[in-house]
Design a protein around this ligand. Structure first.
Ligand SMILES: NC(=O)C1=CN([C@@H]2O[C@H](COP(=O)(O)OP(=O)(O)OC[C@H]3O[C@@H](n4cnc5c(N)ncnc54)[C@H](O)[C@@H]3O)[C@@H](O)[C@H]2O)C=CC1
Ligand SMILES: O=C(O)[C@@H]1CCC=N1
Length: 274
């Protein structure tokens, strides 16, 4: 089902590419998506892949869009916001930037109140994204629904009432795919060190992640119970988990995610000071 929603993406990098790949031709036609990025190679690739229109700088097309997705790095955001302000009408702004607070964006956009801050992740590219969302009070119900429809088109959504909770969301699901890939890489390395080929190792690891994650998603039971069912007393899994527990792997993961959330808050503080 196609809508006529006109969306401008400011920044056409990794996250924008994943969102556009999930949206184009599904929620709205590629032709209704406009991408602004200073990198001509990025624009060429997105235009060829998804039929989006492109520009090297924010212009009249952005002014005519219903929604503007800010998908640049926090360090690039100030320049973008300054260029965007003269083109703002009543568009809803959807930011995907880690850390950057909606209230700071609103202040830098001359008090524009229609801002939804989100934290998607790259599985959006295949419609399996997970997006945390928070809206400023100035977002109308229709704008909130439009932002939700975009993110729902590329996966699941979770609204949080307090925007500060988007830093922990970032730590869990925004950065989360990287931890999963890291774990797969570790499983592949172990497989190779034990005599399997790299291809065999990665096939086994990926299939195991997909299967176990789907099992957990389909189950009503706690994940800990699913883990216990794999773990025969005195068996192989028990040996592995005992080794992980004695090395403090779980505490390390918890510590790492807290570092990610703290960095998100720090990035927000840095942006807000400027
Ligand atoms: N990569 C990921 O998994 C996720 C990223 N994010 C957020 O998405 C945002 C973008 O991250 P990535 O896509 O990973 O970075 P990226 O570096 O791949 O993309 C940023 C893009 O912005 C463009 N750009 C730079 N200055 C610009 C300007 N003045 N106007 C328009 N475009 C400009 C760059 O050419 C580049 O293509 C960040 O704020 C990040 O926190 C959020 C969730 C997940
Ligand atoms: O690493 C980052 O800062 C961004 C936000 C979540 C995933 N990538």
């Amino acid at each position: 089902m196609q809508t006529e929603l006109k969306i401008a993406f400011i920044g056409g990098g990794n996250m924008a590419g994943a969102l556009i790949g999930g949206l184009a031709g599904k929620l709205t036609a590629g032709a209704n998506i406009h991408v602004v990025d200073p990198n001509p190679a990025t624009l060429e690739k997105l235009s060829q892949q998804f039929g989006v229109s492109t520009a090297g700088a924010i212009g009249e097309v952005v002014a005519a869009c219903d929604m503007v997705v800010l998908a640049v790095k926090p360090q690039q955001m100030k320049e973008v916001v300054a260029a965007l302000q003269p083109r703002l009408r009543s568009q809803v702004i959807v930011s995907v930037a880690a850390g950057v607070r909606a209230s700071d964006l609103s202040r830098m956009l001359g008090g524009h109140g229609a801002i939804v801050r989100t934290m998607p992740n790259t599985p959006a590219l295949i419609g399996k994204g997970m997006t945390g969302m928070a809206a400023l009070p100035g977002v109308s119900p229709a704008q909130r629904d439009a932002a939700e429809a975009v993110m729902r088109a590329v996966g699941k959504t979770l609204w949080v009432s307090d925007e500060a909770l988007l830093d922990p969301v970032t730590a869990v699901s925004g950065s989360g795919p990287a931890y999963v890939f890291y774990f797969i890489e570790a499983m592949q390395q172990a497989a190779q060190e034990m005599g399997l080929s790299a291809e065999q190792g990665v096939e086994l690891a990926i299939a195991t992640f997909v299967g176990a994650a789907q099992l957990a998603a389909d189950s009503d039971e706690p994940v800990s119970l699913l883990r216990e069912r794999v773990t025969s007393k005195g068996g192989t899994t028990y040996a592995a988990l005992t080794s992980m527990e004695s090395d403090g792997v779980k505490q390390s993961i918890v510590k790492a995610l807290k570092a990610a959330a703290a960095r998100g808050k720090e990035m927000g503080d840095e942006f807000g000071r400027g």
